[in-house]
Design a protein around this ligand. Structure first.
Ligand code: DAH
Length: 373
């Protein structure tokens, strides 16, 4: 082969850009047109104007033919792309697409109001030296009731009050280690049920950790309740437990009063009313002065000026004994509260279903503004 003449490379480079034209947008198309066919600096224009006339006669003819045919092809390609872009734009306008419209903000998610309250409560107790503990939601009858000093015929254990599990997998999986463990528990600890409170985790903690113990236990609990404005069949609880030598009711009152002031505000008053729970003796319920009216009485506190927020008491000696803890040497206090109820009081929410139905229009109000864009 002979050497390609110098102009040949020029034309080849221009020709290589031809197939790319069909992918250019409006602005790039215009720039490419000027770069190749522009009247002043277009590469092909320049070729035709200055390079071609200077070529030796033998080459001028072929070069001229090639350059002209290339110009025609380029011209057609630019035309075709222009028409296609215009058709596109017309179609978009017809569909009502407004490209200048601002983007739709996207929801990035936020922390659920009950979880926010749980975390806030746990962090107050963390400051007092309480660690976080958790336990399973499927519990044995023994841990949920018996070990907590419920008498064997207590009505809460009735089939009608508590959700028991059939647990058919235990029968299918007889040979696995887990199944054997379930069978052992069923024999020793009664049937399996959905825990009705977080109190069984007190037992689990005490069985595993010798005193001193200080824990707070968040979790979901299950009751055979109909879902209405004030009841949910599944709801959140936070349990607390402190066991050590020399713990008295004074420690219980001081700890819970401190918590109430930290959480509801320094001017919050608390009061304790005698109550009954099988696993504490004595037992109490704690009220805080209503944060909405400041104690004067309003719909949020049903006119009483007080809101009940938790149950508490001194751990019953039988419960300590059931966990192998010397009840002569050790004492403790325990408490249980419903962070959902507390969130309702704090935010003036009148229907508990709002907290558990997952309606984004409701939940978005509690999200950190950073979660909305
Ligand atoms: N377990 C109780 C309930 O679900 C709440 C409770 C009351 C927990 C008193 C406690 C306590 O630890 O001391 O109603």
């Amino acid at each position: 082969m002979t050497d390609h003449p110098a102009y040949d490379r020029d034309l080849q480079e221009i020709a290589a850009r031809l197939p790319l034209i069909a992918a250019l947008d409006e602005r790039a198309l215009e720039a490419e047109y000027i770069a190749l066919l522009g009247r002043k600096q277009g590469r092909l224009t320049e070729f035709l104007k200055t390079v071609l006339p200077g070529l030796p006669d033998g080459e001028k003819r072929t070069a001229g033919q090639r350059a002209n045919s290339l110009r025609a092809q380029l011209g057609a390609a630019f035309e075709a792309r222009k028409t296609a872009l215009a058709a596109d734009a017309a179609a978009k306008t017809a569909r009502g697409t407004d490209l200048t419209m601002p983007g739709r903000p996207r929801w990035r998610g936020g922390i659920h109001p009950v979880t926010q309250v749980v975390e806030e409560i746990l962090s107050i107790f963390h400051g007092l030296g309480f660690a976080r503990a958790t336990g399973p939601e499927v519990e044995t009858e023994w841990l949920n009731f018996g070990a907590l000093n419920f008498p064997p015929d207590h009505p809460a254990m009735d089939m009608h009050d508590t959700l028991y599990l059939d647990a058919p997998d235990r029968r299918q999986n007889r040979t696995s280690g887990l199944a054997a463990e379930h069978e052992r528990r069923e024999r020793n600890e009664g049937r399996l049920l959905m825990r009705t409170h977080t109190s069984p985790v007190q037992i689990r903690v005490m069985l595993e950790t010798p005193p001193p113990v200080r824990v707070v236990i968040p979790g979901s609990v299950y009751r055979k309740d109909t879902f209405d404005a004030s009841h949910a069949p599944v709801f959140a609880q936070i349990e607390g437990l402190a066991v050590d030598e020399g713990i008295s009711f004074v420690d219980l009152k001081a700890t819970l009063a401190h918590f109430a002031r930290e959480f509801f505000g320094l001017s919050t008053a608390v009061r304790f009313r005698p109550s009954f729970f099988p696993f504490t003796e004595p037992s109490a319920e704690m009220d805080v002065s209503c944060g909405v009216c400041g104690g004067g009485g309003c719909p949020a506190c049903k006119g009483t000026g007080w809101m009940e927020i938790l149950g508490a008491g001194m751990v019953h000696p039988n419960v300590l004994t059931n966990c192998g803890i010397d009840a002569e040497r050790y004492t403790g206090f325990a408490f249980g509260m419903g962070p959902g109820r507390i969130a309702m009081n704090r935010y003036g929410i009148s229907d508990i279903r709002l907290l558990y139905e997952g309606d984004m229009r409701f939940l978005q109000q509690f999200a950190d503004p950073g979660a909305r864009r």
